[in-house]
Design a protein around this ligand. Structure first.
Ligand code: ADP
Ligand code: MG
Length: 634
C-alpha cells in the first residue's frame, strides 16, 4: 500500500496521482487529507509555499463531489487569475479519471459570458478570484447556495490584496452548514480574524514553523551602496550564467526600468507588473516558462501567480515593506523539493531589516560579497569551457573540417584552447577589468571625505545639524506631482523611510518638504547635479522653515550651474547606475547586448555608469536617515 492509499483516497484519484508522478504525500497532504476525508470539519492549514497545498484540499474535495449532480458543490477562492487557472488545471488533472466532474475557472480579464456558459453546463467545482466571483453572483450567473465546501486558498495573499469585503460577501451567500477549509502560508492577524468569524471550531494544522520560509531556500544578503544596486544585480546574474530567477522590485516603475536596463544590457529579461495588459503578461509568463526569459523582474502583486517550479534564484532588488512579503518572494524558489537561493541586495541603513526577517522566518541569512570583476571572469571562463566540452558536435561542420583545419595549421592545442575561450571571455574581461568593489559592508569607504568636501563647496548656506529642516524643490503640480507622489519620489530617491519626509507641500511649479537635519547632507549630496528626464532637479534648504509660502530660492543658480552636464546622474537612489545609460546607448548605436557580439561596446557603456556612480559611492547610506526609518513591519 502506498502512502497515498493509506490516506483513504479512492482508486481513481490514486491512479491520477501516479500519472502526476507524486510518489509520497507531502507533510501538509499527509496531515490534511485524512482529516478532510473523514468528517465534516472546518480546517485551518498553515504550510509554506510550494508544499503541495493544492493537492491537500484538491483530492479530498474531488472525493466528496457527487458527480451525478450538476449542482455547484465546491468553491475555491484564490487571489489571482494566474493562481486560479493553475488550481483549475491541477484539479482537472486530479479528476481525470472521474466521470462527469467539471471544474470551471472564474476570473477577471476574460469573457464573463464564456465563464457563465461553462458554469451553466454544470460545474461541481468553481475556482474563482473574489472580485469576478462577486460580479457573477450579483448578475445571477452562478449559484453557490448549495455548496458543501468553500476553500480559501492563499488566504493571507487574498487579504493582503484587500479582498476581505468581497470574501465576506461571498461567504454570506453560502449555506451555514458548509465546511470552510482555509489554506495559507502565513497567519497574520487578518487571517486569524477570518478563521474566527467565518469558521466553526476549525481544526488547525501547521507544517513546519508558523510563518517560516521554505527551508530548502538559502537566504543571502549583499550590502552595497544605494546607487550600486543595478551593477550588483548584473554581477549576481553574471556569477550564475544559468540563472533562472525572479527579481522583485518595490514599484511598477522600478520593475519596468530594471527589466528594460537588463534587456538593453543583453540579458534575457522581462517585466511583469500591473501596468501591463493581460496579454502582455501572458506573453511574458509564457516566455518565462519556456526559459526564454532567465530574469523575470516583477512586482509582488504581479508575481503572486508565478507557478514555475525550478526557479533557481529569487533576487530582492529592494526589500519589501512587510516581512510577510519576503516570505512569499523567497517561496518562489526551492519549490517541489528543489533547493533555491533568495538573495537580498541591501544598503547598510537597511541592515537591521535582515534581523527582523531572520526572526520571522526562523532561519539565518548568510552575508556574502558581491563578486569582484575578476571572480566573475573566472566563473564565466569555466562556464564557457564546460559549455564547449558539453556541446554536441554538429555533423554539418564535418564537411568544412579540412578547410578549417588549414586555418588553424601551426597552432598547437594549448594555444588553440586559449584562443577559443578568449573569443567570449574577452568581452567579460573588458567589461569587468578594473571595475570597483561594490561591497559596502566593510569599513567606511575612502571616498567619503571627498564627498563631504564636495558638498561643502556646493552649498552656500549653513547646514543645520539638528531639528527639522525645510527644503525647496523645483518640481510641482505642473510636473504631475502631488504630495503623495512627491513623497514617494523623494523616499525612493533618497532611500529613506516613509516618515522621514514630512510636511510635503506641492505648489504649481515648485514644492516644499521637511526632513530631520540628520538627512540633510544626504539630500544635498543626492540632488547635486541631479536630473530627471534631462532636467535639473534642484533641492535646497528653504530659508522659510515654517514652509507654506514661496520660500527663498536664492542660490539655486549656484547649484544649477554646469559641471553636472557631463556627469549626468539622472535619477538617483536605487535606480542609479542606469539612469544615464540611455544617452550612452544612443550615442553608441550598438544594438543587442552583452550576450551577443556587440556586447563589448555595451559593456563599456555600463562600465562608465559604474565608475560614474563610484564617485558617489555607497557610503552615502551612512549619513542619516536611519534613526527614523518607518517601521511598517520592521
Ligand atoms: P503550494 O500551494 O503549497 O504553494 P502547490 O500545491 O502549488 O504548493 O505545489 C507545488 C508543486 O509541488 C506543484 O508543482 C505540485 O504539482 C507539486 N507537488 C504537490 N504535491 C506533491 C507530491 N506529493 N509529490 C511531488 N510533487 C508534489
Ligand atoms: Mg498554493
Amino acid at each position: 500500500m502506498t502512502k497515498f492509499e493509506a490516506l483513504g483516497l479512492k482508486k481513481t484519484l490514486l491512479d491520477a496521482i501516479v500519472d502526476m508522478g507524486f510518489e509520497t504525500p507531502s507533510e501538509v497532504q499527509e496531515m490534511a487529507i485524512p482529516i478532510l476525508l473523514e468528517g465534516d470539519t472546518d480546517l485551518v492549514a498553515l504550510a509554506q509555499t510550494g508544499t503541495g497545498k493544492t493537492a491537500a484540499f484538491g483530492f479530498p474535495l474531488i472525493q466528496k463531489i457527487d458527480a451525478n449532480s450538476k449542482t455547484t458543490q465546491g468553491l475555491i477562492l484564490s487571489p489571482t487569475r494566474e493562481l486560479c487557472m493553475q488550481i483549475t488545471n491541477e484539479m482537472q488533472a486530479y479528476s481525470k479519471y472521474e466521470r462527469g466532474i467539471n471544474v470551471v475557472a472564474v476570473y477577471g480579464g476574460a469573457s464573463i459570458t464564456d465563464q457563465a456558459r461553462q458554469i451553466k453546463r454544470g460545474a461541481q467545482i468553481v475556482v474563482a478570484t473574489p472580485g469576478r466571483m462577486k460580479d457573477m453572483m450579483s448578475r445571477g450567473l452562478v449559484d453557490i447556495s448549495k455548496i458543501d465546501v468553500c476553500i480559501l486558498d492563499e488566504a493571507d495573499e487574498m487579504l493582503n490584496m484587500g479582498f476581505y469585503e468581497d470574501i465576506k460577501e461571498i461567504l454570506s451567500d453560502t449555506p451555514k452548514e458548509k465546511n470552510t477549509w482555509l489554506f495559507s502560508a502565513t497567519m497574520p492577524k487578518e487571517v486569524a480574524t477570518i478563521a474566527k468569524k467565518f469558521m466553526r471550531n476549525p481544526q488547525e494544522i501547521t507544517v513546519g514553523t508558523k510563518n517560516s520560509g521554505a527551508s530548502t531556500v538559502q537566504h543571502e544578503y549583499y550590502v552595497v551602496g544605494g546607487r550600486d544596486r543595478y551593477p550588483a544585480l548584473k554581477r549576481l546574474a553574471d556569477t550564475h550564467p544559468d540563472i533562472f530567477s525572479v527579481i522583485f522590485c518595490r514599484t511598477k516603475r522600478d520593475t519596468q526600468k530594471v527589466a528594460e536596463s537588463l534587456i538593453e544590457d543583453g540579458y534575457n529579461a522581462g517585466a511583469l507588473h500591473g501596468d501591463l495588459s493581460q496579454n502582455q503578461r501572458d506573453l511574458v509568463m509564457n516566455a518565462f516558462r519556456k526559459k526564454q526569459i532567465q530574469m523575470l523582474v516583477a512586482t509582488d502583486v504581479a508575481a503572486r501567480g508565478i507557478d514555475v517550479d525550478d526557479i533557481t534564484h529569487v533576487i530582492n532588488y529592494q526589500l519589501p515593506d512587510e516581512i510577510e512579503t519576503y516570505t512569499h518572494r523567497s517561496g518562489r524558489t526551492g519549490r517541489a523539493g528543489k533547493s533555491g537561493t533568495s538573495m537580498v541586495i541591501i544598503t547598510r541603513s537597511e541592515l537591521r531589516k535582515i534581523k527582523a526577517i531572520e526572526n520571522k522566518i526562523g532561519q539565518k541569512f548568510i552575508t556574502k560579497n558581491i563578486p569582484s570583476g575578476m571572480e566573475i571572469c573566472e566563473i564565466q571562463l569555466y562556464h564557457l569551457a564546460n559549455k564547449i566540452k558539453d556541446t554536441e558536435v554538429n555533423a554539418q561542420v564535418e564537411a568544412y573540417l579540412p578547410a578549417i583545419t588549414k586555418v588553424f595549421e601551426g597552432i598547437d592545442r594549448d594555444e588553440l584552447i586559449k584562443k577559443v575561450v578568449s573569443v567570449e571571455f574577452t568581452r567579460f574581461f573588458n567589461y569587468y577589468n578594473k571595475t570597483k568593489d561594490l561591497n559596502a559592508s566593510g569599513s567606511d569607504r575612502g571616498d567619503r571625505d571627498d564627498r563631504n568636501s564636495d558638498r561643502g563647496n556646493n552649498n552656500s548656506g549653513e547646514i543645520p545639524t539638528s531639528g527639522a529642516v525645510r527644503y525647496f524643490i523645483n518640481v510641482g503640480e505642473k510636473d504631475d506631482y502631488d504630495w503623495m507622489s512627491l513623497k514617494d519620489f523623494l523616499r525612493d530617491t533618497l532611500e529613506v523611510g516613509q516618515d522621514d519626509i514630512f510636511k510635503v507641500d506641492v505648489k504649481e511649479s515648485f514644492s516644499f518638504f521637511n526632513t530631520d537635519a540628520s538627512i540633510t547632507p544626504k539630500i544635498l549630496e543626492t540632488f547635486k547635479d541631479f536630473k530627471v528626464e534631462g532636467r535639473f532637479v534642484n533641492v535646497e534648504i528653504s530659508s522659510n522653515p515654517g514652509g507654506g509660502g514661496g520660500g527663498s530660492r536664492s542660490g539655486s543658480r549656484d547649484r544649477n550651474r554646469g559641471g553636472g552636464g557631463g556627469r549626468d546622474r539622472s535619477r538617483g537612489g536605487d535606480s542609479g547606475g542606469y539612469g544615464g545609460k540611455k544617452r550612452e546607448r544612443s550615442s553608441s548605436s550598438s544594438k543587442g547586448g552583452f550576450k551577443d557580439d556587440s556586447g563589448s561596446k555595451r559593456r563599456s557603456g555600463g562600465n562608465r555608469s559604474n565608475s560614474r556612480s563610484e564617485s558617489k559611492g555607497g557610503s552615502k547610506e551612512s549619513s542619516g536617515g536611519k534613526s527614523k526609518r518607518r517601521s511598517g513591519f520592521f
